[in-house]
Design a protein around this ligand. Sequence first.
Ligand SMILES: [Zn+2]
Ligand SMILES: [Zn+2]
Ligand SMILES: [Zn+2]
Ligand SMILES: [Zn+2]
Ligand SMILES: [Zn+2]
Ligand SMILES: [Zn+2]
Ligand SMILES: [Zn+2]
Ligand SMILES: [Zn+2]
Length: 234
Amino acid sequence: SDTNMTERFDCNHCQESLFGKKYILREDSPYCVKCYENLYSNTCEECKKPIGADCKDLSYKERHWHETCFHCFQCKNPLVDKPFAAKEEHLLCTDCYSNEYSSKCNECKKTIMPGTRKMEYKGNSWHETCFICYRCQQPIGTKSFIPKDNQNFCVPCYEKQFAMQCVQCKKAITTGGVTYREQPWHKECFVCTGCKKQLSGQRFTSRDEFAYCLSCFCNLYAKKCAGCTNPISG
Ligand SMILES: [Zn+2]
Ligand SMILES: [Zn+2]
Ligand SMILES: [Zn+2]
Ligand SMILES: [Zn+2]
Ligand SMILES: [Zn+2]
Ligand SMILES: [Zn+2]
Ligand SMILES: [Zn+2]
Ligand SMILES: [Zn+2]
């Protein structure tokens, strides 16, 4: 009856009377503070104590903290209402995070702040503006680059610095190329001195360091028949 309801006002769990005591309602049932905290409170990550009903429960990724326990792992400054970063199990203020855990630029040795553009290559990091070609000192950005001897080169610089140069036109040989007299030539540059046809893949001969196709060589240098004036080859 109604009388019973008002006379009996017990903790839903331990059945102790709640008259004159602090209690907490949960789904319309009253609990003494002790039972409520044992049954329903989260445990604080920091102090390992229950987060009582009268405390603010701060949570992040299913972990819970007292308001006063929610601070930077490194500098202990409060993180309530502040941006923070999580590193492994720890929460860090953004200052500590960037000082301790952000990557350092391989070039200028300064911190690369989280969220700024950076280049990463073989476990090293650079500010985007610090990732420059060793030769021309210009930022490589999104262009392709070629690493060599712990330095990075933009492609044009790499070719200038390291690629073989054609002895004829002095430009880099990127593909193919032929070797004549132990020197590199473009296929297109290695031509008959006489008729300028490409000699690559053809029989040729040389005289005074100049290369000739066989027909030009015969015309120019072979003995000629005194009768018909055709060259005598072989
Ligand atoms: Zn109780
Ligand atoms: Zn705590
Ligand atoms: Zn901090
Ligand atoms: Zn830098
Ligand atoms: Zn360059
Ligand atoms: Zn050439
Ligand atoms: Zn020729
Ligand atoms: Zn003849």
